[in-house]
Design a protein around this ligand. Structure first.
Ligand code: SF4
Ligand code: SF4
Length: 496
């Protein structure tokens, strides 16, 4: 079997995608059919369908996923995270990162090869189009539309249309399908900013899938760069078995019945690799898996399918290139229990518990009372002392709400406030200013405080009304500015 990967010495690459003269080495991988390709293809089309339909799916009357950057409301699986949910979002992000670390430690780059949008769209959308118009690399196969005068422009138009579809779908995750539908059906002059976003994203998609391609995985993707830190010797990787494959030999077909005795001179022992080069020719990042674990390998499994086909033809056992681990390939005992496989789930469990506890402790509203800007207190006409305040209220429910604020002690002090009751839409936040005017007698003692109660004026029928009590430390002549602990007391005293 002749090698399909023979290049003149001066054109031998220095990197998988770089020639010796510094020019780009364009990679046109040969498609290798096999079980793994079939499975990856089925998953890829399912993921494309999912990506396209998610913006149209609703849960509890909300979009399944909507990342509204302008209002900073992030809806994920029907739960809306508000701008004040920094802790929840931080826990969610930490959880996702730890999960990625854990999955990488166990299954290596399974994400890259099977589910990453770059691989999914490149290998199962853009490359098939390329093969249709330019022909399939290897064996000089011509695509059904290769060599026609319209092939090149048709390919570019198709690339452009798919990039536009990707850009619009991508935008739907941030603005919702209703807004998107409205923008598509009206003039771009009415919505220049989203139009510009779609234009830029379309351009980036076209650049990525038409030109940049595997460079994104090799150069730009941080996940790829972190692989050496995330994998260990027992992580699952796509690997070549050198103990079985080396020294490389010739492509001779073994008898189907391997128990047959060989007559004649015994030939020197050779490995199962016949150096056909198909594993290299099929690699979308242009590497030779036989050189060992490499950062460029995205675990796409194409070399497994390619080599399995060769082994099958030669009546040799499949799996010369296979899913395995560095330890197994070196003949070491596999170790399922390793520090990172124990530590990551422990962290994940702690983060998940913190997330659930924080989430379950959230009330239907979030109220914070702070000291007003400027002087902490002022002398008012009539001898009263005024403490300027700022009250921030967030309505966490999905319905409009009305909150009423009142003081517990109305004899010695009174409250003037910008707006009372305060009307808030679903998920809306408002900061209002006010003043607590207190008689000097109310400021006697070490920690004079005003007790405020916030109640929801329009609680839905049958629902337990929302009530929250807050303490606010009052200041006046002879009092000091409260230290941090007192400030915390000001914020909230409990709720419901
Ligand atoms: S590893 Fe398999 S596909 Fe690669 S050169 Fe050897 S026989 Fe060919
Ligand atoms: S070496 Fe194999 S698994 Fe890795 S990127 Fe190349 S073809 Fe895919």
């Amino acid at each position: 079997m002749p090698s399909v990967h023979e290049e003149p010495a001066q054109q031998q690459p220095v990197l998988s995608t770089l020639n010796q003269d510094g020019s780009r080495r364009w990679i046109k991988p040969r498609l290798s059919h096999g079980r793994l390709l079939n499975r990856r293809r089925a998953l890829a089309y399912f993921l494309i369908l999912l990506f396209t339909t998610i913006p149209y799916i609703s849960l509890n009357g909300k979009p399944l996923v909507l990342l509204d950057l302008t209002t900073r409301h992030f809806t994920i699986f029907g739960k809306t995270f508000l701008p004040t949910d920094t802790l929840l979002l931080a826990l969610l992000l930490v959880g996702i990162f730890v999960l990625i670390f854990l999955l990488s430690a166990l299954f290596g780059r399974v994400w890259c090869g099977w589910a990453c949008p770059q691989t999914v769209y490149m290998e199962f959308v853009f490359r098939p189009i390329e093969r249709l118009f330019d022909g399939a690399p290897g064996r000089g196969k011509k695509g059904p539309l290769a060599g026609k005068p319209f092939s090149k422009p048709a390919k570019i138009i198709l690339y452009l249309l798919i990039s536009m579809y990707l850009a619009h779908t991508f935008l739907a995750y941030f603005v919702g399908v209703e807004n998107l539908r409205h923008w598509i059906t009206s003039s771009p002059l009415n919505h220049p900013a989203p139009f510009l976003v779609v234009l830029v994203v379309t351009g980036l998609m076209l650049f990525n899938f038409g030109f940049f391609r595997e460079q994104l995985c090799i150069i730009a993707c941080p996940y790829g760069r972190f692989q050496s830190a995330m994998l260990d010797r027992n992580s699952l990787i796509v690997t070549y078995d050198p103990r079985r494959g080396e020294p490389r030999g010739k492509a001779t077909r073994l008898p189907a019945d391997v128990s047959l005795k060989v007559v004649g001179e015994p030939s020197p022992p050779v490995g199962d690799c016949v150096d056909c080069g198909l594993c290299v020719a099929t690699c979308p990042t242009g590497i030779d898996i036989r050189n060992g674990l490499q950062m460029e390998c995205v675990n796409c499994t194409q070399c497994i399918d390619a080599c399995n086909a060769v082994m099958t033809k030669l009546n040799r056992p499949r799996g010369l290139i296979r899913y395995s681990s560095q330890a197994l390939i070196a003949g070491e005992k596999p170790r399922l229990l390793r520090p990172r496989v124990v530590i990551y789930p422990a962290i994940l469990l702690a983060v998940a518990a913190a997330f659930v506890i924080t989430l379950s402790n959230q009330g239907p509203a979030e109220i914070t009372i702070l000291r007003g800007i400027g002087r902490p207190f002022v002398d008012l006409p009539g001898g009263e002392i005024g403490n300027p305040i700022k009250i921030k209220i967030t309505n966490r429910t999905d319905t409009p709400a009305e909150y009423f604020i009142e003081l517990a002690d109305t004899k010695a002090m009174h409250l003037t406030i910008q707006e009372n009751p305060i009307h808030l839409g679903p998920g809306e936040s408002k900061t209002i200013t006010g003043m607590i005017a207190a008689h000097p007698s109310a400021l006697a003692g070490d920690h004079p405080a005003a007790k405020l109660t916030v109640t929801q004026a329009n609680a839905p029928a049958g629902a337990e009304p929302f009530v929250q009590h807050l303490n606010f430390t009052l200041m006046g002549k002879g009092q000091h500015r409260p230290h941090t602990a007192e400030k915390h007391d000001e914020k909230q005293d409990g709720h419901k």
